[in-house]
Write a protein that binds this ligand. Structure first.
Ligand SMILES: [Zn+2]
Length: 351
């Protein structure tokens, strides 16, 4: 089968397009013929080199396609079913899985990081990671939301438990997780303040429903939040940026407020101010991916049309390095998608 893969870590020069052995579905597994796959920042980290990535590796966490084969013991799926995959892998047996907290699994992994990913014509995953695509969704849309939307869903709904009328500051709101967080916070009835850079991204965030947009290249974010909120601060801060934003998160949150973090795209070791944390009674909440219950709730919201993942551009699989370049340049609005196999990009064709 054709796939994107790399044999050593590095920049886009390590990405190869070529033939890889076709995976076989074992007991409890489903093989999916991928039609569309979506890029995430995770793919850049995996290509650059993080621990535990097996080599050679096929990257890609998000994907959608049709069921191609099912292993023994799999019920509920037949060849030809239109499906998407939930990229968080869990053992289903440990203490945390038994409690329903699959993203805390002691053997937790992510498709495309710890096992072969979606930038290939075929992939095998456990049947519990496979879900039907909402009927009105294209393969591209089915591939575009699982990783970033489940991350944002757990942050907003599961961890910060945002309530209607609360104020939420979202750093890097034009990014994948940030954009999903804006949509989900609005769905929860919150008032959303977003940070970004540049007028075009600010305009799009206003259109998406952000009450205020702060340009972090021109304004002191914490100061602007104090002005907007009458010196009070926001109830919740969503911070996936890390070093560049952490101090402003501590300053911008209200007394007794919550800061929820799922990542550190600008670096993991920010300047810290412990006095702010205890004096303001700040709750700091960590979050990664989502549990099975949260993913199913997200899928229901998506299927009901209450959340709409945006597609930026679709590239053919063989041009994956162009797609990586676009992601690294940060110019995209919405998800960058790869069209896999001969299938043409587009809407469901009923097969
Ligand atoms: Zn487990």
């Amino acid at each position: 089968m054709k796939a994107i893969f790399f044999e050593k870590h590095g920049g886009n020069e390590v990405l190869q397009y070529g033939d890889r052995p076709e995976p076989q579905a074992g007991p409890g597994e489903v093989r999916i013929a991928i039609r569309a796959a979506a890029l995430n920042h995770l793919d850049l980290f995996v290509r650059n080199g993080i621990p535990d990535v097996p080599l050679p590796q096929i990257p890609g966490a998000d994907g959608a396609g049709v069921v191609d084969a099912v292993g023994s013991g799999v019920e509920g799926f037949s060849p030809g079913d239109r499906v998407l995959l939930q990229p968080g892998l869990y053992c289903n047996a440990c203490e945390f899985c038994r409690k329903g907290e699959q993203s805390l699994c002691v053997r937790f992994g992510i498709v495309g990081e710890h096992v072969a990913g979606t930038f290939a014509e075929k992939i095998v995953v456990p049947a519990r990671n496979v879900f039907p695509i909402p009927a009105h969704f294209s393969f591209e849309q089915g591939a575009a939301f699982p990783l970033v939307y489940q991350t944002a869903w757990r942050m907003i709904v599961g961890r910060a438990a945002v309530r209607a009328g609360e104020t939420v500051l979202i750093h890097g709101a034009a990014g994948g997780v940030g954009g999903a967080a804006v949509e989900i916070a609005l769905l929860a009835g919150a008032r959303v303040f977003a940070t970004t850079s540049g007028e075009e991204k600010a305009r799009r965030l206003k259109e998406a429903g952000a009450e205020a947009v702060i340009d972090y290249t021109k304004e002191d974010v914490a100061k602007s939040v104090r002005t907007i909120t009458g010196r009070r601060g926001v109830d919740v801060v969503v911070d996936s940026v890390g070093e560049k934003t952490w101090m402003s998160s501590l300053q911008a949150v209200v007394k007794g407020g919550r800061i929820v973090t799922c990542g550190a795209t600008s670096g993991p070791n920010p300047k810290e101010e412990i006095r702010l944390i205890f004096w303001k009674h700040i709750s700091i909440l960590g979050s990664t991916m989502a549990n099975d219950h949260e993913f199913r709730a997200l899928l229901s919201a998506v299927a009901a049309g209450r959340l709409t993942p945006r597609i930026d551009r679709v590239f053919p699989l063989r041009e994956a390095s162009e797609a990586y370049r676009r992601l690294e340049e940060g110019k995209q609005h919405g998800k960058i998608v790869l069209a896999v196999s001969e299938a043409q990009p587009g809407w469901p064709d009923g097969d």
